[in-house]
Design a protein around this ligand. Structure first.
Ligand SMILES: Cc1cc2nc3c(=O)[nH]c(=O)nc-3n(C[C@H](O)[C@H](O)[C@H](O)COP(=O)(O)OP(=O)(O)OC[C@H]3O[C@@H](n4cnc5c(N)ncnc54)[C@H](O)[C@@H]3O)c2cc1C
Length: 405
């Protein structure tokens, strides 16, 4: 047997983990400042969330001016709410335009700070060959996403359910579901839109809405976003709720109770997000989509028993029950940047910088806009540190390297 080849360490200025919008934006902002970075991505493409883990009818919830990455506004003729595929293409173009250096199919398995060498040591695996790889870098940017691992609650008997069981990340369209009884578990944006998609295609659709939900429209939210810089949150909340009352009436009558906290305050201060109605509510009102208020207790054959004792038969179940970050599995540091849930431990706007050249981007649930903001902050901080360490504040790009493969 041939001896295993020694693993050499590749030196980089900055390693970025994850080639979603956050990682691409960080690399682009660095590139524009003349700082060389390498993006390691587990998947075989950039922006894989939009390409591989999102359903066909998905459009961005926010208008295009809030969904552009730094230095790349969407063109005037782009639709106000970008379809999933357009946004995926936008990310491809973004990576090319700013010459982002990516290494695809690389899964980062470990990253730790070597205090003596004053650098991050990153171990990855080339998923195509199984070959182990080592990288070392002065700076490490965690951009591995808040939506990495699918979360499905444990339900006794689910493993023996005879029909289709899938996570929202696997759901593409309602093809083949016509006439079938489908249960959607979870009433976030994905769950409510998938329920609409199923019902519109003729599936007998039910949705589990356990908690409270702020149902809004994209248009109302856009007004709120425009007012955000000028008005206090409580006034924006009142305005949103007034407009929602006009558009929807009392959503609690149909099983969608609103939280006591206003929608914009909730979005700004908690991980929760409002639900953008795409037509689901009209179908709930007419009974075309049925709302179940209790969690799943158990499954027996194709019968689902709910926590309130109701029992119903289904042909398929879609779990729109969210995701988990996996950063804690590989980031070996206890400096308090990343919390136990794998998300930024500190709240916005103090969330993005850790110790020893560690940063995180896109880890405080602030969407595309937040990814861009984080990227600019991180790139400018790295640039500042490089200037202090090496070149003094020249006002010029902070490093001689330019990104290019
Ligand atoms: C269905 C859906 C719809 C959404 N709609 C909107 C919207 O309309 N507007 C909005 O602003 N936000 C929306 N969001 C939120 C959206 O998730 C975030 O805005 C965005 O995906 C975060 O981008 P990111 O680059 O931080 O993470 P991701 O897009 O998740 O990218 C992280 C990348 O890191 C890679 N990675 C993870 N771990 C490793 C590892 N160990 N080694 C190597 N690579 C790794 C992953 O493969 C992934 O490609 C939506 C989310 C979902 C799920």
């Amino acid at each position: 047997m041939a001896p295993a080849a020694a693993v050499t360490t590749e030196e980089e200025e900055v390693i970025v983990v994850g080639a979603g919008q956050s990682g691409l934006a960080a690399a682009a902002c660095l590139s524009l400042r003349g700082v060389r970075s390498l993006v390691l991505e587990r998947d075989d493409c950039v922006g894989s969330l939009w390409r591989k883990r999102a359903y066909d009818r998905l459009h961005l919830h926010l208008a295009k001016q809030y969904c552009a990455l730094p230095h790349a506004p969407h063109p005037d003729d782009a639709p106000t709410y970008l379809p999933r595929d357009d946004f995926a293409r936008y990310l491809d173009g973004y990576a090319a335009r700013f010459a982002v250096r990516t290494r695809l199919r690389r899964e980062v398995r470990s990253a730790r700070y070597d205090r003596e060498a004053e650098r991050w040591e990153v171990e990855a695996v080339d998923l195509a060959t199984g070959q182990e790889e080592r990288y070392a870098a002065r700076f490490l940017v965690v951009a591995a996403g808040e939506n990495d691992e699918r979360f499905v609650p444990e339900v006794p008997g689910l493993e023996a359910f005879p029909g289709d069981v899938m996570h929202a990340a696997e759901y593409r369209s309602a093809e083949g579901m016509r006439g079938k009884a489908v249960l959607v578990v979870g009433a976030g944006n994905s769950g409510m839109e998938i329920a609409y998609d199923l019902a519109a295609a003729g599936a007998v659709t039910s949705v589990v809405v356990r908690g409270e939900v702020h149902l809004v429209t994209k248009e109302i939210w856009n007004v709120a976003m425009a007012l955000y810089p000028y008005l206090p949150l409580w006034i924006i909340d009142k305005l949103i709720l007034l407009l929602c009352a006009v558009v929807f009436g009392d959503t609690a009558r149909h099983g969608l109770r609103r939280p006591a906290m206003g929608p914009f305050t909730m979005k700004d201060t908690t991980p929760a997000y409002p639900v953008f109605d795409v037509g689901t509510y009209a179908k709930i009102k007419t009974g075309e989509i049925r709302v179940f208020p209790a969690a799943l207790k158990s499954v027996c054959g194709n019968i689902v028993e709910f926590a309130d004792g109701e029992r119903h038969s289904f042909d398929a179940i879609v779990f729109a029950t969210g995701y988990r970050s996996t950063v804690r599995k590989w980031l070996k540091t206890e400096d308090g940047l990343i919390g136990n849930d794998g998300m930024a431990a500190r709240r916005y706007p103090e969330h993005w910088k850790g110790e020893n050249g560690l940063y995180c981007a896109g880890m405080v649930r602030r969407g595309v806009y937040g990814s861009g903001e984080d990227a600019e902050l991180i790139a400018s901080d790295i640039c500042k540190l490089l200037r202090l360490e090496g070149q003094g504040d020249t006002g010029k790009p902070c490093h001689a390297h330019h990104n290019g493969s």
